[in-house]
Design a binder for this molecule. Structure first.
Ligand code: GLY
Length: 352
């Protein structure tokens, strides 16, 4: 069993990553939870596939789970859906010793996590991520949020889970595009932190080969995120490095109204654009952008997306990494090493 401990003092927690963990989630979670009532938030795609397995495991462990299902898709990460969950939990008699379990991808994790952070000013929270993206990124580190009309994740909080339960077997059934969405973030970890991980992904080069080693790979990614979050839980310094590729990625997502490209696809092209900009400005070793692009292509991720200077201006003005007219932008001196640089946003506008 691979278990990582995220050390955050009183908010420390384990990430359990092993085949079959989903069916053992009750046994893993029950000792950490104070009350019996557990609100399992999931979506309409995940509920029929894994809902009963999770409910049964929670029941077997003596808990009293109640399933709350939201529609699948980003539109559920809304203040309205958050308010609906609050009402459902209140109607279900939630008390401060009860808990929320997020069963699903990033949307469910962020929404359920924010509901857990805010109902009765906070109840225990368990993450059971079922997509690659959620396993390697959004379920770890405590960022929870909903989207506003003005932009994604604009209302949220830092709220650490009590436990993250990851089951590599659930990744087998992901559609290729959803798997690749997560691979962009996996590749990002290699770019910013671990040249050996990047080289391992180059050697594997396909979904099938990655899946043969998936638990080791997702654990390696979570271990990087663990180290970053332990040093900068509230995103004031080191954690910024996790945003490599995301500044231009957000430009693409917004320019295409979050419809044409997945988050991972936008970040993939954003990483190549950031590496190219680094090479052009002497901050990045020559050849880095081409090496990243070649790896992304193996996982059918885009390496270039068209966007205008106006798209850039609009997206960067909403970016949470903005500091007035400046933005903190992540460059790679080389594969395996990242640095954040404060730049005037206008330096980036014409760069795509
Ligand atoms: N996904 C970036 C972070 O958790 O900080």
């Amino acid at each position: 069993m691979a278990t990582l401990r995220v050390n955050l003092g009183k908010r420390s927690y384990d990430i359990v990553n092993e085949p079959g963990a989903l069916a053992r989630c009750g046994q893993l979670a029950a000792p950490l939870l104070r009350g019996k009532k557990t609100f399992v938030v999931t979506d309409a795609h995940v509920a029929p596939r894994y809902g009963e397995t999770v409910l049964e495991s929670l029941r077997q462990a003596g808990l009293e789970p109640k399933l709350l299902t939201v529609p699948a898709g980003e539109a559920s990460k809304s203040p309205e859906m958050l308010a609906r969950l609050w009402e459902q939990m209140a109607a279900g008699g939630v008390t401060r010793s009860d808990s929320v379990v997020a069963l699903g991808g990033g949307v469910v994790g962020d929404l359920a996590g924010f509901a857990a952070a805010t109902i009765l000013r906070g109840v225990d929270f368990v993450q059971i991520p079922t997509t690659l993206l959620a396993q390697v990124d959004s379920s770890v580190g405590g960022k929870v949020a909903v989207d506003l009309l003005a932009g994604k994740n604009l209302a949220g909080s830092f709220y650490q889970p009590r436990l993250v339960v990851m089951d590599p077997d659930v990744l087998e059934s992901l559609p290729d595009r959803v798997f690749s969405d997560g691979m962009a973030e996996v590749i990002k970890y290699g770019c910013i932190w671990d040249e050996a991980l990047f080289a391992r992904l180059e050697a594997l080069g396909s979904r099938r080969a990655v899946m043969a080693e998936i638990a080791e790979i997702t654990t390696a990614c979570c271990d990087i995120k663990r180290q970053v979050v332990e040093q900068d839980e509230h995103d004031t310094g080191l954690r910024l490095l996790l945003n490599f590729g995301h500044t231009f990625g957000h430009v693409y997502e917004q320019a295409y109204h979050y419809e044409t490209y997945t988050h991972g696809e936008a970040v993939a092209a954003g990483m190549v654009a950031a590496a190219r900009l680094g090479e052009e400005t002497g901050r990045t070793e020559a050849g880095t952008a081409a090496r990243i692009a070649a790896l992304l292509e193996r996982f059918r991720l885009p390496t270039e997306i068209a966007a205008s200077a106006e798209d850039c201006r609009r997206a960067m003005n909403l970016d949470k990494k903005s500091l007035g007219g400046d933005i903190r932008f992540v460059f790679l001196p080389r594969i395996g090493r990242a640095e954040a640089v404060r730049l005037p946003k206008s330096d980036l506008f014409g760069r795509l």
